[in-house]
Design a protein around this ligand. Structure first.
Ligand SMILES: Cc1ncc(COP(=O)(O)O)c(C=O)c1O
Length: 472
């Protein structure tokens, strides 16, 4: 028997833990694969734009780290992270939050993603409640799902959290609440100052761990910065990362939290990886200490703002009237909502054929089903030209499906969108009236198009005459 034959007899499905069986499959791998195909314009990933990576400065930092700190850089280090970097983070927070943190109030992790995994292990057992925004960050769902909690979703609105739903979720019971108040992933929405204050008031006095994840807070393109929940209440657990302001390849994030939480996170991290990369952390520390990093941040902001504006303009120009979308003041994503009979999951194949990809909305809901009529699109990664062209093509894909649905709706063949719904919408009492009205509409539309055509013809004649005159 060859080794290969032995391997195929291996029935892994029977051996898996309940946790992994309950964890939704990752869309991320598919995203990265599509993003690496040059023929595809990817709105799917959450990738920072490499044109803003400060590669020369990082090269300097790297060389100095190797030359001056080599023995430490390539050695195991403290589980909590190298002290100088933690000190730098603590000082930044003292400046922003008016706190008096030291390095001991901060623990550095392998990206802020690792904190989500560690917090899940520290806090959640099977059946425990965890409150999340609806929709929420898909890799947070994955990280928490491994512990088999019950997800209690709270609607996210243009203002922030729906406070009635928040109260109901708290009453139903939860150990942890996970929030992304700035330029949320996936929607790009930001909580207003009033909503933050209200959320804090509701959470105050509850025995619950409040986690504020803020990877995008510094990427603001319009308006002023909002006060973090952490600045309103020191017991909030705050997650930061260099991924969106320097580069995710250095895999450096952190958690600022009360000692009671940090000690447990430290314990679990020891079992996870002993320690993060000292080499990465020293480069980051050197970069922030010695290089004017705010300039790099400004470069990121300039690049992303232009792309956000380009995407919003293209949506306005090409998308059908049935679609709506968020207008984020920062971050890297916006959220598109289509009529609820549309399915962006199955539409993805058509979009890929048209050379564009996005993340179907259902990936951001724990049940994997809700939100099928929505999609997350990223605007930070592609060039303005390809954003405009790909939005045009995506609009074509959506339009093609909508055409089909319009036929169903007009025939009264779509549940919930039948003759009655269409009659009510048109304020008619019977179907014949709708038909007559729609024929009249059609005629009016045709006439107005004829009018357009005639106008265009006159304009074209004028242009041709002007050109002839200029040529003479
Ligand atoms: C909301 C949110 N939290 C956490 C992360 C993880 O970031 P990292 O691990 O690179 O710090 C991301 C990455 O996209 C994110 O969008």
């Amino acid at each position: 028997m060859t080794t290969t034959e032995t391997a195929t007899e291996f029935a892994i499905d029977e051996l898996l833990s309940d946790g992994i069986t309950n964890t939704p499959p990752s869309f991320v791998r598919a995203i990265l694969k599509a993003a690496s195909d040059p023929a595809i314009t990817s709105f799917a990933g959450g990738l920072p734009n490499p044109i803003s990576f400060p590669q020369e400065k990082l090269m300097e930092s790297m060389q100095r780290v190797v030359a001056e700190r080599g023995p430490e850089a390539f050695q195991y280090s403290m589980t909590a992270g190298i002290p100088e970097l933690r000190e730098w983070i603590a000082e930044r927070y003292n400046h922003r939050f008016g706190t008096d943190y030291t390095a001991d109030d901060v623990l550095v992790t392998t990206g802020s993603q690792q904190v989500l995994d560690l917090l899940g292990k520290v806090l959640l057992d099977k059946g425990d409640g965890v409150i999340v925004e609806k929709p929420t960050y898909l890799a947070a769902i994955q990280a928490f799902a491994l512990n088999q909690p019950v997800f209690r979703e709270v609607e996210l609105t243009e203002e922030g959290l729906n406070v009635d739903e928040l109260n109901a979720a708290l009453d139903a019971g939860a150990k942890m609440i996970y929030l992304i108040p700035n330029f949320q992933n996936p929607t790009g929405l930001t909580y207003t100052a009033e909503n933050r204050a209200k959320v804090r008031e509701i959470l105050a006095g509850r025995n619950i761990v409040v986690v504020e994840d803020d990877p995008y807070g510094r990427l603001r393109y319009d308006g002023g910065h909002q006060v973090p929940l952490k600045a309103m209440d020191d017991s909030v657990i705050y997650l930061g990362t260099i991924s969106k302001m320097l580069g995710p390849g250095l895999r450096t994030g952190w958690i600022a939290a009360p000692e009671s939480v940090l000690a447990r996170v430290n314990l679990v991290k020891q079992g996870a990886d002993l320690c993060g990369s000292a080499f990465d952390q020293l480069i980051v520390q050197h970069y922030f200490a010695d290089i004017p990093w705010q300039r790099t941040l400004q470069k990121f902001i300039g690049v992303y703002k232009e792309r956000r504006d380009t995407m919003l303009a293209a949506l306005e120009e090409f998308f059908p009237p049935e679609a709506s979308w968020t207008h984020p003041a920062g971050g890297m994503f916006l959220w598109i909502t289509l009529p609820d009979y549309m399915d962006t999951d199955s539409m993805l194949a058509e979009a890929l054929e048209a050379g564009v990809t996005y993340v179907p909305g259902n990936s951001f809901f724990p049940d994997g089903v809700t939100g099928k009529n929505s999609m997350r699109v990223n605007f930070s990664f592609e060039t303005p030209e390809s954003i405009t062209e790909a939005i045009r093509r995506l609009a074509g894909v959506i339009e093609e499906r909508l055409e089909l649905y319009r036929v169903f709706i007009n025939a009264g063949a779509l549940p919930g969108y039948g003759k009655e719904a269409v009659m009510a919408e048109n304020e008619r009492e019977n179907w014949d009236e709708v038909i007559v009205a729609s024929e009249q509409n059609e005629e009016a539309v045709m006439q107005s198009h004829d009018g357009d055509a005639a106008q265009i013809e006159i304009a074209e004649d004028k242009v041709a005459a002007a050109e002839e005159e200029a040529a003479e």
